[in-house]
Ligand binder design. Structure first.
Ligand code: FEO
Length: 395
């Protein structure tokens, strides 16, 4: 299967309809994904990126239907991660001498992953490669999201091949942004940003400003996952600038795990207290043991503040809450407030631990959390509502 993109550019990637977990178990892909590879047939022929290893044979067989592999002049590896480079060993078996254009870090990583001494041609920002009347211009984009990442721009067609940036995990046969459900597309884009790019936000802003300063006309952004931006491609760039700038909505997320429902009851009473005080703020509750963690991260990303709840167990906190804290620490969220709550039976350390771990993860944690012994009675429920009011009042 291949699809026309524009003029002499064809999509020759793989739509992975079945994918539900990506990066091992790290990222949920409820809507599948795609590994986008592009074949540019000008006077010279360039192939941009490949697909994930399990689809290598299928990919190369399909590619043969598009072109005699010997006619490929250049392979461009914008990013070495396995989902884009996995088919390289199979491809290069057929065309071992064809040069692979990538960054210095790209070559290092590809050698580390595949242990082959391919014909690497190292490129830096501003380097150009002629395809005849059109040329490719390379732009290094380190840490968006790996040290090797780069963008490739095709003059004449005015297409930016952005690799992971501006992409999203969405399997669709409709290919272009104007042909898919807009709400679904937005959700997958913000989830992708929240879960993958949040820690690199300062670099996102710097890199976008640098690319914009080149004043290159832009007709399309061809990403390496999901759909291609052809209808107002600037819209996703504007969104990235917004998301990278300590993004938050008027939302508070209450995230908890509970053993015998007492902490859940506390969560709901706290939510009621918040709503009594502020009927404009969106309050969302998620039981961490029952909610997809990447969806939770997306809600944290949107929130101006979170409240984290856990029962005390073995002098500590519940494992789903600990896992979320670990994840949030790595993502380096900024400019978000946090509170903590939980029920306990005897020792009751969880709340204090939650506040310390929230501060350690970069949240502006409240001085005090809220503990309730055993199940909240009327007085306990009232104290939860008061905590919710105090919390929202402090924002
Ligand atoms: Fe889609 Fe960073 O690989």
């Amino acid at each position: 299967m291949s699809m026309a993109v524009k003029n002499n550019i064809r999509w020759v990637g793989k739509i992975d309809w079945e994918l539900r977990k990506f990066h091992g178990d790290e990222y949920s892909t409820h809507k599948g994904s795609s590994y986008n590879s592009y074949l540019i047939k000008e006077e010279k022929v360039a192939l941009i990126d490949t697909v994930w290893g399990p689809f290598a044979k299928e990919y190369v067989e399909n590619l043969k239907k598009e072109i005699d592999l010997d006619q490929i002049d250049y392979v461009i590896a914008c990013h070495s991660e396995n989902d884009h480079s996995g088919a390289l060993p199979e491809l290069m078996r057929h065309i071992p001498d064809v040069p692979i254009y990538c960054t210095k870090n790209g070559a290092k990583i590809l050698k580390g992953l595949y242990h082959r001494d391919w014909n690497f041609q190292l490129v830096k920002t501003g380097d150009k490669l002629s395809l005849g009347t059109k040329e490719l211009i390379f732009v290094e984009a380190p840490m968006l999201h790996w040290p090797d990442s780069m963008f490739t721009y095709l003059t004449g067609d005015e297409v930016l091949f952005s690799n992971d940036a501006f992409g999203q995990h969405l399997a669709s046969e409709f290919m272009f942004n104007d042909r898919v459900d807009q709400a679904e597309l937005y959700q997958e884009c913000i989830k992708y940003y929240a879960n993958i790019l949040t820690p690199f936000s300062p670099m996102v802003i710097r890199k976008i400003k640098e690319v914009l300063s080149f004043n290159l006309p832009l007709d399309m952004i061809c990403t390496s996952h999901g759909i291609i931006w052809r209808d107002n491609p600037a819209q996703i760039i504007e969104k990235y600038l917004e998301w990278a700038d300590n993004y938050q909505e008027n939302q508070i997320s209450i995230l908890y795990d509970t053993m015998w429902d007492s902490t859940r009851v506390m969560a709901e009473e706290i939510a009621a207290g918040i709503r009594e005080t502020d009927d404009q703020v969106t309050v969302k509750l998620h039981n961490l043991a029952k909610t997809d963690k990447n969806d939770v991260i997306t809600e944290v990303f949107k929130s101006k503040a979170i409240l984290l709840g856990s029962s005390t167990i073995n002098n500590g906190i519940l494992v789903s809450v600990a896992a979320l804290l670990e994840e949030m620490k790595g993502l380096k969220f900024k400019n978000k407030k946090a509170g903590a709550f939980g029920s306990y039976g005897w020792s009751g350390e969880a709340v204090k631990l939650l506040l310390a771990k929230l501060a350690d993860a970069g949240f502006e944690a409240m001085d005090e959390g809220l503990r309730v012994i055993w199940a909240p009675d009327e007085e306990g429920a009232r104290s939860c509502r008061e905590y919710g009011k105090t919390f929202v009042g402090s924002l």
